[in-house]
Structure formats: C-alpha cells, structure tokens
Design a protein around this ligand. Sequence first.
Ligand SMILES: NC(=O)c1ccc[n+]([C@@H]2O[C@H](COP(=O)([O-])OP(=O)(O)OC[C@H]3O[C@@H](n4cnc5c(N)ncnc54)[C@H](OP(=O)(O)O)[C@@H]3O)[C@@H](O)[C@H]2O)c1
Length: 243
Amino acid sequence: MNLLILGGNSDVAYALARLFAERAGAGIVLASRNLELLDKKAKDLEIRYNQSVRAVYFDAADTDTHREFYDSLNPKPDGVVAAFGYLGDQGRAQSDFQEAQQIIQTNFIGAVSILEIVAADFEKRGQGVIVGMGSVAGERGRQNNYIYGAAKGAFNIYLSGLRSRLSKRRVHVMTVLPGFMDTKMTRKMKLPGLLTATPEQAAADIFNAFNNSKEVVYTRWFWRWIMAVIKVIPESIFKRLSL
Ligand SMILES: NC(=O)c1ccc[n+]([C@@H]2O[C@H](COP(=O)([O-])OP(=O)(O)OC[C@H]3O[C@@H](n4cnc5c(N)ncnc54)[C@H](OP(=O)(O)O)[C@@H]3O)[C@@H](O)[C@H]2O)c1
C-alpha cells in the first residue's frame, strides 16, 4: 500500500510510519513543513526497512496550496493519515485572535481542506482509508484549552460525517481520539504518567485499529471510559472543576 502521512514530523506519526514500513511493507510519503528534519526521517526509514519513503513539503494551514500538493503525488495514496496538529497557547489565544485563528486553521480548516480533496479522489476510485487524529479535548470544552478543543471537536464531527458519506463507496474513515501523549506537543506540560501514552504505544493502538477497520479508537483504551464519565458531569458542576 501507499500511505501518505500529513504532519509526518509528529512523534506519533513517525512511530506509525515505522510500523507501516516494517509490518505492512508500505511505501510512505511523509508530508510536513520542516523538510530538513523530515528528509532525515525518511532516509532512516528507507534504509532500515527497505521501503520507498519520501519527504515532501506540506503546510496544513496554507489551504490554497492543497490542490496542487495532492495533484503532484504520484502514485496516489491508498491510505492517508492526518496527524498534524497545533495545540497553541490558550492564554494568548484569548487576547490575540491570530493565535486563535492559527489553532482553528491548522486543526480544523486545514484538515477539511486537504481531506475533501483526498475524499473526492478516494470516492471516485472506490477505495481508500482516511485516518484523522482528533483528540479527547474535542469531546468536552475545558477552560485550559477550549479553542484547541473546539477545533478538534469540529474535526471529530467532520470525520463522522465523512465516514458516513464515504462508506457507500467502500472508503473507510477512522477517527483517532488520543488522551495524553508524551510528544513534543506536550513537552512543556506536566502529564500524569499513568494516563500518558508513549508515541510507540499510541502508534501501536492506531496500527491495530487500522488493521481491524475500527471506526473510532481511543488511545490508550481507558480514555473511552474516562471520557464517558467526563461527558456526563452536569455543566453546573463541570464549570466549577479545574479540569
Ligand atoms: N500529544 C498529545 O497529548 C495529544 C493529545 C491529543 C491529540 N493529539 C493530536 O495528535 C496528533 C499528533 O500530535 P503529536 O502529539 O505527535 O505532536 P507533535 O509531535 O508536536 O506533532 C505535531 C506535528 O504537527 C505538525 N504541524 C503543525 N502545524 C502544521 C502545519 N500547519 N502543517 C503541517 N504540519 C503541521 C508539526 O510538523 P512540523 O514540525 O513539520 O511543523 C508537528 O510535527 C496531532 O493532531 C495532535 O493534535 C496530541
């Protein structure tokens, strides 16, 4: 298979690329903005697993370039993982709309822009798998990250609708809902060890779910139950909690 990983510099995406190259013999295109770093990762994977691995420039926020980007891919992918994400700074976003806009542009608008292009191609071909990395932050608004959470929540809903539309054309859409993961995105945060996945654990969860054609996967699995509880807390109580 040919796998396109958008946001290929993400720590989880790179761990996932390793699994696909090693265990599925996939040819891989890693797409992101830091091409120098991406190139090193692609070469490393190519040598290690003897698969074709290429690095290409892609900016999720620059939606005007998405059509040309996808048209330039040859061969076309049969699997696409949207792994890019921008946590941003909630405090800054409250007073600087540009920061809020960057969060929404990267996590939602950019994702919709590129995935609609992918979806149209897969729909026409009657095959393909799309994996979108949402977040449990999109399941309930928290005071500490509600702008990022709102963008991810919109992305979760988008993926649900896309799954429904494309299921008629034998195209599968999988939503990944990570809880805490120990990656460069969360480097400055103090995360609870027991609830935090390594990039390798998260990648293994995604790879297994992909192979089992799951619709929605939480990583780690216990986040499904944590969120089930968090979602039923009444607003009148939830607003007083410092979650
Ligand atoms: N870490 C967590 O606790 C956590 C929890 C829930 C959900 N998630 C989601 O999981 C996914 C993977 O994140 P991660 O934890 O592996 O974080 P990460 O290592 O920081 O990766 C995020 C990647 O997104 C890329 N990116 C940001 N803006 C981009 C843009 N405009 N265009 C293209 N690429 C862009 C960056 O690539 P460049 O370096 O090339 O700029 C970066 O490598 C993300 O969607 C994230 O929102 C993470």
